[in-house]
Design a protein around this ligand. Structure first.
Ligand SMILES: Nc1ncnc2c1ncn2[C@@H]1O[C@H](COP(=O)(O)OP(=O)(O)O)[C@@H](O)[C@H]1O
Ligand SMILES: [Mg+2]
Length: 267
């Protein structure tokens, strides 16, 4: 018997990319994903380039360019204590329910002050106004905890930010918004060793029994800082292998190709 609480249940998920300029152009990307995410756990999703990791995150968030053709995504409703399908909800509605995603390539928005963006996100999630004064206070304590340079707040969203600054900005959002599920898509990409350590420490500080983290990465090095509870390997739009943290080392020594081959033989 397990007493783990399921937060997100992805069942036989098939999804395709639909070209927004030509609705007839569709590409199947996810081919039957089964994935269970538990409260208080850190899940690592690993897989080769182009295996569908970012697509999976986009589909969980409800990105309009992707269409679910089969399967379901269900999320735990705290009020009713039941799992409910979220596939009919818009991205901001999913965010409001506590699902957060950090982008592999965060966008820059010249002209949008960082503080304005963060305050608006927070107000949307909490569903109420937050005074500038209260917001500043909250922002300051979160930035101090993450050892962020306060000057970043004088700038426009991600404009001219270094790779490390962008990722730290994502972690700042995470620490302000306190989502129940955080999907971090290659939060380690483009970071040097010091930035990786700081970003990882920022994430570790947010880990608690109420939240779940989905860490998408190619590399072991992120998982050396943030120890995952379970590891899911994705290839060609399917989860082909799951296990505990030991899988990371197996993967590191065997390589993706070998694991994909084994999984194909076994199926
Ligand atoms: N917007 C898109 N247009 C065309 N192809 C896409 C799009 N998004 C994803 N794909 C394709 O789907 C596959 C999975 O991509 P992606 O989810 O980004 O993989 P990963 O994040 O694992 O590297 C790739 O073959 C990619 O080319
Ligand atoms: Mg990706």
């Amino acid at each position: 018997m397990t007493n783990e609480t399921l937060l997100l249940d992805i069942e036989n998920l098939h999804a395709q990319y639909v070209n927004p300029h030509n609705q007839n152009e569709k590409i199947n990307i996810l081919n039957g994903i089964n994935l269970k995410i538990y409260k208080g756990k850190k899940h690592a999703i690993m897989g080769p380039n182009g295996s569908g990791k970012s697509t999976l995150s986009s589909v969980i968030m409800g990105h309009p360019h992707y269409q679910i053709t089969q399967g379901d995504i269900r999320y735990y409703n705290q009020q009713t204590s039941k799992m409910e399908s979220i596939t009919g909800l818009l991205p901001h509605e999913r965010a409001k329910k506590g699902i957060f995603m950090s982008f592999q390539n965060p966008v820059s928005v010249p002209g949008l002050p960082v503080t304005q963006f963060l305050r608006a996100s927070l107000q949307n999630i909490r569903g109420k106004d937050i005074t500038v004064k209260d917001f500043r206070k909250e922002l300051k304590s979160n930035m101090e905890a993450l050892q962020m340079n306060p000057d970043l707040m004088k700038r426009y969203l991600n404009e001219g930010f270094s790779g490390g600054e962008k990722k730290r900005m994502e972690i700042l959002q995470l620490s302000l918004l306190q989502p129940r599920i955080a999907i971090l898509d290659e939060i380690d990409s483009g970071l040097d060793i010091d930035a990786l350590r700081q970003v990882s420490e920022g994430i570790n500080r947010l880990v608690d029994n109420e939240r779940a983290f989905i860490l998408i990465t190619h590399y072991k090095r992120l998982l050396d800082y943030i120890a995952p509870d379970s590891v899911h390997i994705i290839a060609e739009g399917k989860i082909i292998k799951e296990g505990g943290p030991e899988l990371v080392d197996i993967l590191e020594s065997t390589g993706y190709e070998e694991i994909v081959k084994e999984a194909k033989l076994a199926s």
